[in-house]
Design a protein around this ligand. Structure first.
Ligand code: HEC
Length: 225
């Protein structure tokens, strides 16, 4: 009985030996992937893609940065062109219109809209030899003013014409451009016909008379007749 049981245990196909177990283990182990440590490597194409994006972004910023000016919202803004376009020339009609507006707002109070002045108080500008005559004299009157007796169109006046230039004691402080506009207007309005007076001319005379701080008299203006 005991011999039969021994036989049954030690024989038969279902019994695994030590070797067969080891064989199975090594077979299974060779099919496993190698154990790895740490992170996986980044796929090469992703590295290339990110590098390209950073490069393209840098190129874009350098090209469209517009010197990082807070005033620039137009990416095609050209600072040089903008600076050049700021001081654009007025047409002769625009100069006359600007001069007329200034005249009617200020000068007309005394010299009247029709340029006839007020008899005995304010001399006329229409048909005045002071207006259509020498521009050196006319510009000086506007810049520094004038007082004392003077003769206009055969009549004598003795009042005070205020100074309009940015000069010592000047009450109105008009800039050279505005003065040139109002003078061009009074030289070409009513029946007056004389050449326009440029801003450059006003600037020139202002610099010649930089030291002057009081109004002119008729006698002082005589040399500029
Ligand atoms: C407050 C009144 C007053 C205002 C404003 C005034 N003027 Fe006069 N203006 C006079 C008086 C007065 C005289 C004469 C001065 C004198 O008698 O010496 C005069 C003289 C003149 C003359 C020389 C004389 C003539 O009749 O041709 C001119 C040119 C002139 N003014 C232009 C102007 C212009 C241009 C303005 C405006 C930008 C102006 N005036 C604003 C009072 C004024």
């Amino acid at each position: 009985m005991s011999a039969d049981q021994n036989n049954n245990l030690s024989s038969g196909p279902e019994v695994a030996s030590d070797e067969s177990i080891q064989q199975v283990h090594s077979d299974l182990a060779s099919k496993q992937p190698e154990p790895e440590q740490g992170y996986k490597l980044m796929p090469l194409f992703l590295l290339g893609f990110i590098s390209t994006m950073i490069f393209v972004t840098c190129v874009y910023v350098v090209h469209y940065r517009a010197d990082f000016s807070p005033m620039v919202y137009d990416e095609r803004f050209d600072p040089k062109a903008a600076a050049g376009g700021a001081s654009k020339e007025l047409t002769p009609e625009q100069v006359i219109a600007a001069g007329k507006k200034a005249y009617q707002q200020v000068c007309a109070t005394c010299h009247q809209v029709n340029g006839q002045g007020v008899a005995g108080a304010y001399p006329p500008l229409a048909s005045s030899e002071w207006v259509v005559g020498n521009e050196e004299r006319l510009v000086r009157i506007l810049l520094h003013g004038m007082n004392g007796p003077m003769e206009v169109a055969g009549k004598t006046y003795n009042g005070a014409m205020p100074a309009f230039g940015k000069v010592p004691g000047g009450g109105y402080n008009w800039n050279e451009e505005k003065i040139s506009q109002v003078l061009t207007y009074i030289r070409q309005e009513w029946a007056n016909k004389a050449e326009p007076i440029t801003k450059a001319k006003v600037v020139e005379i202002l610099s010649k008379e930089a030291a002057r701080a009081k109004p002119w008299t008729a006698a002082e203006l005589d040399p500029f007749k």
